[in-house]
Design a protein around this ligand. Structure first.
Ligand SMILES: [Zn+2]
Length: 84
């Protein structure tokens, strides 16, 4: 059964004004306000992943960029987490 259009909407890029589907997730925290276990997650399209990474990197925030699992049509969703 084809369910295109019934799937949840693709997650959108976190860049202000960008409605593109996110291919990346950036997990970060602000050491001044977040403890070690906290993570904020921003989503980014291919175009803005560098912008957002540099935005956070310029503030010396610890961050990790992960591919959004299942964002590529036809690819098997696989957990991106756990890659060390
Ligand atoms: Zn974007």
């Amino acid at each position: 059964m084809i369910s295109l259009g019934l799937e949840p909407a693709a997650e959108e890029c976190s860049r202000a004004g960008c409605r593109a589907a996110a291919s990346w997730r950036i997990e970060w925290r602000n050491p001044k306000i977040h403890d070690e276990s906290r993570r904020k997650v921003w989503l980014a399209c291919d175009e803005h992943v560098d912008f957002l990474r540099e935005f956070l990197g310029a503030r010396d925030f610890p961050l990790e960029v992960l591919a959004v699992a299942g964002s590529v049509p036809g690819s098997a969703p696989a957990p991106a987490e756990g890659a060390l």
